[in-house]
Write a protein that binds this ligand. Structure first.
Ligand code: CP
Length: 339
């Protein structure tokens, strides 16, 4: 039976700052050794339509550590391919519809999570996050986003790590910088970094090479609104030196230019000019001894240099570890709120 009152974890914009802060405090207690097996007998289905190392490992192990069970399904590989659009004549590759998938998994499991990157064909379609919304619409249990056009689980880990490294984050200068990569990638982590850092009151600069790389307007508006509400600030810059100057935190990610979405050859004509956006020691020297991080995976000496990745100020491994603690806190919260 569908229940419209379910709290899902699809987008942190659906959660207040105090609610997220409470999750992070629980994550800290779990990290300090607080053993919790209160998900004994509970289960989660992990649907991966794209590859993963950190997300899969941290969710599978995390659920086991909480006393529960995680079932990994890879639709189109070891599970039937899924159609997500309503009313489709299913004469393509998909063998079943999300209506049945969500209905069946809701009977077996206590939560369902999904990773489904956007299709890189039509941004006007993908920007509405239709796939995870279709899952949530037809699920009668909480749904967790393991990365679509946002990556809310990465957001929790990022914030846990920033609190560890910076202490209070209010009005600390945080730079979300585009960095070089040979092909256009998902904007999800950049969208998410902008959302969560502004929600927690940081002074955020989104640094990207030119206007074509500015994130979708819905995320720019949400980040600006978050900043107004939290007493932080949000600005877009195309100037490397002023953006890095005095920064307390630098977060790197590469993403595709949305006006060229689905046209990688045309996008390359822009992208090829911006190799110098790599994060290196010279840029980090402009900062206020900033912490540097990245969600990983990361191509060394493409997105960031060896020297930056191996520096004591690099917290990428801490952030990856914190995926585990903060996701466990989120799963416990979801189960508590949806009792
Ligand atoms: N950061 C992250 O989500 O890593 P994976 O793609 O390996 O899961």
């Amino acid at each position: 039976m569908k229940n419209n009152n379910i709290r899902h974890f699809i987008n942190t914009q659906d959660w207040s700052q105090p609610e997220l802060r409470k999750m992070l405090r629980l994550a800290d207690r779990l990290k300090q050794g607080g053993w919790n097996t209160s998900l004994q007998g509970k289960s989660i289905a992990l649907l991966f339509l794209n590859p993963s190392m950190r997300t899969r490992t941290s969710f599978e192990l995390g659920m086991q550590q909480l006393g529960g069970v995680a079932i990994v399904l890879q639709p189109g590989k070891d599970a039937w391919g899924i159609e997500f659009n309503p009313g489709t004549v299913m004469d393509g590759d998909a063998e079943e519809h999300i209506i049945e998938v969500a209905g069946v998994l809701s009977r077996y499991c206590d939560m369902i999570s999904l990773r489904c990157f956007p299709g890189f064909e039509d941004w006007n379609y993908d920007r509405t996050d239709p796939v995870i919304k279709a899952l949530a619409e037809h699920s009668s249990v909480p749904v967790v986003n393991m990365e679509t056009i946002v990556h809310p689980c990465q957001e929790l880990a990022l914030m846990q790590t920033l609190y560890e490294r910076l202490g209070e984050v209010q009005n600390k200068k945080f730079v979300v910088t585009w960095t070089w990569h040979p092909r256009p990638l998902n904007t999800a982590v950049a969208n998410s970094a902008a959302l969560i850092s502004t929600k927690f009151g940081m002074d955020v600069t989104l640094l990207c090479p030119e206007p074509a790389y500015i994130l979708d307007q819905q995320f720019i508006e949400a980040a600006s609104d978050n900043a107004k509400a939290s007493g932080g600030s949000f600005q877009v810059s195309h100037d490397i030196e002023s953006a890095y100057s005095g920064a307390d935190g630098v977060y790197a990610k590469s993403w595709g230019a949305l006006p060229y979405y689905g046209k990688p050859e045309q996008e390359w004509e822009l992208r090829k000019n911006y190799r110098h956006f790599i994060v290196d020691e010279q840029k980090m020297a402009l900062t206020n001894n900033a912490v540097f991080s990245h969600c990983l995976p990361l191509r060394r000496n493409i997105k960031a240099t060896d020297a930056v990745m191996d520096a004591p100020y690099c917290s990428a491994i801490d952030e990856a570890e914190n995926r585990s603690h903060s996701q466990k806190a989120m799963l416990l919260t979801l189960m508590e709120l949806n009792k």
